[in-house]
Design a protein. Structure first.
Length: 135
């Protein structure tokens, strides 16, 4: 079934298979030990603290989120591990900005269910599109 985990920090130790189940992580920091996979399930990642900002990509700097550091950052490597599952960043209740700044080529999720659920801005230095890419 569908599961919601809420904690200040979450760590996984290996690949996580969603199958057809949805997994919502309400978390301020996390470490993924492996990729996520799923057939129709969606992984939703939203800050536990609703005002936290999210920096997506290894190009995030100390001023990327409105002139200050992002509250939560997700590296290019971690984003790549999410590429084969439907993923949603943020939620309808979070108010912090989402900034997308990969250091390599933009990361394209292979799943049309992937989205950002809140405001997004592009990192001004690298001219990347303001939202996650979808194939």
């Amino acid at each position: 079934g569908n599961t919601t985990l809420s904690a200040s920090a979450i760590t996984t130790s290996s690949t996580t298979a969603l199958g057809s189940n949805n997994l919502t992580l309400q978390v301020n920091s996390f470490t993924f030990g492996g990729a996520f996979s799923g057939t129709t399930g969606v992984l939703a990642i939203a800050p536990l603290t609703t005002t936290y900002s999210m920096g997506l990509g290894s190009g995030i700097t100390s001023t990327s989120c409105g002139g200050s550091a992002c509250s939560m950052t997700i590296s290019d490597a971690t984003l790549t591990s999410l590429a084969n599952v439907g993923v949603q960043f943020g939620s309808s209740t979070t108010t912090g900005v989402i900034v997308y700044a990969p250091t390599s080529a933009p990361i394209h999720w292979n799943d049309a269910r992937s989205q950002c659920a809140q405001r997004q801005t592009a990192h001004p230095e690298d001219q990347q599109p303001p939202a996650v890419g979808l194939n």
